[in-house]
Design a protein around this ligand. Structure first.
Ligand SMILES: Nc1ncnc2c1ncn2[C@@H]1O[C@H](COP(=O)(O)OP(=O)(O)OP(=O)(O)O)[C@@H](O)[C@H]1O
Ligand SMILES: [Mg+2]
Length: 363
């Protein structure tokens, strides 16, 4: 069970809130504007020091306050021994992360609480730019293979160097060759790690989409960012005049994508809103399933307004699926009745009513 207790100070309309969540399913319900999404944001802040709704901290911190703080007891490996984790951030930009009495950095924090968000922004996985899908692939690859983060950083560094040379206009061919061979090395490495991850993810995605009642023909295809049938050095040489004109590198892993198709055409164009919700949720839930298999650890799912876009039967199947996983879930909805009869008797379900920035544990 990752998160055992939480106390939140000064996040949006949550002045001071403390609660002990269920290790499994938590339903947070209440009227519009009561603070449900803010509670999910607070847990996201605990796991990553930032919100999923805004890039600017000044919108997250409560009005008239200068600092937000979330303190918790967490047990990341389900060892039975919880440890204290505290995350604070001030308007001046100071971020403090304390875990078990020590200061830790953001990458340590990110691996402590593997977070997954499902909300209206998740539709971007289908409708948004390739950058959103690269982020999705890279979250998985980061947790799938410990080598990924080094390769990702090295590839970004080499690409920045190559791009700054391109911006100068003229490049000494010998120097370009040095950077190109480094770039090719890391590009290939990164591509094989990403591809291995997507290959592993596909069967989970298919199974989960079916369990969610998505009776759809949906395929995932990893696109590495260049034509794999050709040699990357040849392609880079061919592309050089255009790269010089544009001042950046036009092909490579920085252009990777995950093509999601339904009945052979773009799923973003083909599917209904509810069908899209099932597909993007299946993608996120597949990441959690694979993560669990690889690391023997569950994810924390923040699911904002689960019933929205779904009919009663699909909401029920969604809940039934969540019940079968080991994830700790925080699910918001306006009306608790919409999710009340979806759980079997032995699932630990906690209901919290959110009212004007306060929290009541109801049953
Ligand atoms: N920085 C802030 N300081 C204080 N209050 C804020 C701040 N930012 C937003 N709010 C308010 O916090 C309240 C809670 O917003 P939140 O989005 O969490 O509501 P919600 O329960 O998710 O509502 P909905 O059902 O409409 O999605 C809103 O009334 C909002 O106006
Ligand atoms: Mg909300």
């Amino acid at each position: 069970m990752p998160i055992k207790s939480v106390s939140i100070e000064h996040i949006r309309n949550l002045t001071s809130v403390a609660f002990e969540p269920s290790p499994r399913i938590n339903i947070l319900y209440g009227a519009n504007g009561s603070g449900k999404t803010s509670l999910l944001e607070s847990l996201h802040f605990l796991g990553l020091t930032r919100s999923f709704r805004t890039h600017q901290f000044r919108y997250l911190v409560s009005s008239q306050q200068r600092e937000s703080l979330v303190f918790s007891q967490i047990d990341p490996t389900a060892s039975g021994q919880a440890k204290a984790l505290g995350v604070s951030r001030s308007l001046e930009g100071d971020v403090k992360i304390r875990y078990s009495g020590n200061d830790i950095d953001l990458s340590d924090l990110a691996s402590l609480i593997p977070l997954q968000v499902i909300n209206t922004d998740t539709f971007e996985l289908l409708e948004g730019s390739p950058a959103t899908r690269r982020q999705f692939i890279d979250w998985g690859s980061f947790h799938y293979d410990p080598a990924f983060i080094q390769v990702w950083r090295a590839c970004r560094r080499v690409l920045q160097q190559r791009n700054s040379l391109l911006k100068c206009g003229k490049i000494d061919p010998a120097l370009r060759q040095v950077w190109d061979s480094e770039f090719i090395h890391y590009a290939k490495r990164m591509t094989s790690l990403r591809k291995a991850y997507i290959d592993q993810l596909k069967p989970d995605f298919d199974t989960i989409l079916e369990k969610l009642g998505g009776d759809l023909d949906v395929t995932l295809k990893f696109s590495p960012g260049w034509d794999l049938k050709r040699e990357l050095d040849e392609l880079l040489a061919e592309q050089l005049p255009r790269d010089l004109k544009q001042g950046f590198t036009g092909i490579g892993p920085q252009r990777a994508d995950l093509k999601v198709k339904s009945d052979g055409v773009s799923a973003a164009e083909r599917l209904s809103r509810g069908q899209k919700k099932l597909v993007v949720s299946a993608l996120k839930l597949a990441q959690g399933a694979l993560f669990h298999r690889m690391n023997q650890r569950a994810c924390v799912y923040l699911i904002d307004d689960l019933p929205s876009e779904l009919d009663e039967q699909h909401s029920r199947l969604f809940c039934e699926f969540l019940e079968q996983t080991n994830n700790q879930c925080f699910i918001t909805c306006v009306d608790p009745i919409s999710l009340q009869d979806c759980w079997s008797a032995d699932t630990e379900v906690a209901y919290f009513q959110v009212e004007d920035g306060r929290l009541l544990h109801t049953h």
